[in-house]
Design a protein around this ligand. Structure first.
Ligand SMILES: Cc1cc2nc3c(=O)[nH]c(=O)nc-3n(C[C@H](O)[C@H](O)[C@H](O)COP(=O)(O)O)c2cc1C
Length: 289
């Protein structure tokens, strides 16, 4: 496998993206809003049959509806823009949703635009009603965006809030990665490093980092922990799917950055899933072409 990074800006956007909670008041100009719209329609699907769409108000500007749909968090962030991406479909809807939204997020980062996911799984029904989303849709998280605050206090608040869910820390690869079998976690070989560093940099709700990786017979298998204490009890446990989808997107984008070809295969396609601990759930495998 060749592993030189040809699209450095894309790769750096994956690695360097951070959640932004304090924003400049400046709104994006129409050219940028058009670009965001283009990113939305061009996000690559994981499952083509699922229907992906985004709800927003004029100019994607934040308004009262959005603030209330964000719950208490609406009073903390100051984003000029917000969208509610949602998906309708029976197969892995939350995984596919995270997959598509993270592509938008990374491309926004490349454009110098800050983003933050605002999880909605604990109030999905309420969110659906407030934002008039289709009854059979899944939303999982709102996405707020804009220019990061440039003032000293704004910058301080951004780094302070990142440290609350320990957003500035990621689990080391030699805890996340396995080779051949799940016997012992280990450090990956150099050729896999750019991909796995992109994978482990993925954002996740409360920075839970549910993903685990297995390199098995020339294919990369992604699993998620079935139970994640950080998500709390109840509907929040389903964040593992949304976060898992984000991780699949970062891997795919890192493949693109290296011009490596391949595709995701999902468990419903009936592939041979390598033996794994019962605490892990298979999400997908990457097959190189
Ligand atoms: C699905 C999802 C939901 C999130 N919900 C919230 C939220 O409601 N409030 C918040 O402050 N951050 C939220 N975050 C941001 C995470 O806390 C953040 O991504 C994580 O701590 C890692 O930090 P980083 O994004 O700065 O790298 C969410 C992230 C994801 C992926």
């Amino acid at each position: 496998m060749k592993n030189s990074i040809k699209h450095t800006n894309l790769y750096l956007a994956i690695l360097n993206r951070r959640s932004v909670r304090r924003y400049d008041r400046t709104v994006l100009d129409q050219v940028l809003i058009d670009q965001v719209q283009h990113l939305i329609v061009s996000a690559e699907p994981l499952i083509t049959e699922n229907h992906f769409d985004v709800r927003y108000h004029d100019g994607m500007l934040i308004d009262r509806d959005f603030i209330s749909s964000m719950g208490a968090y609406g009073y903390i962030v100051s984003p000029p823009h917000a969208i509610a991406p949602y998906i309708i479909g029976n197969h892995y809807p939350l995984v596919d949703l995270g997959y598509r939204v993270e592509q938008i997020v990374v491309k926004l980062t490349e454009l110098g635009i800050g983003t933050c996911y605002i999880g909605t799984l604990y109030r999905e029904e309420d969110n659906r009603a407030r934002l008039d989303l289709p009854a059979d849709s899944r939303c999982g998280a709102l996405l707020v965006f804009g220019y990061p605050a440039s003032s000293a206090t704004g910058r301080t608040l951004n780094s302070l809030m990142r440290s609350v869910p320990r957003g500035n820390s990621r689990l080391p690869l030699d805890l996340l990665f396995h080779q051949g079998s799940f016997d012992h976690p280990t450090y990956p070989t150099d050729d896999l490093l750019p991909i796995l560093n992109a994978a482990r940099s993925s954002p996740s709700a409360v920075n839970a980092q549910p993903w685990r990786f297995l390199w098995h017979e020339g294919e990369l298998h992604i699993f998620v922990k079935r139970y994640n204490q950080k998500y709390g009890l109840g509907p929040g446990q389903a964040y593992r799917y949304y976060d898992g989808g984000i991780c699949l997107a970062n891997i795919k984008l890192a493949m693109n950055a290296q011009e490596l070809e391949g595709e995701w295969i999902l468990p419903n396609h009936g592939y041979n899933i390598p033996s794994h601990p019962s605490t892990l759930e298979p999400l997908a495998k990457w097959v190189f072409r």
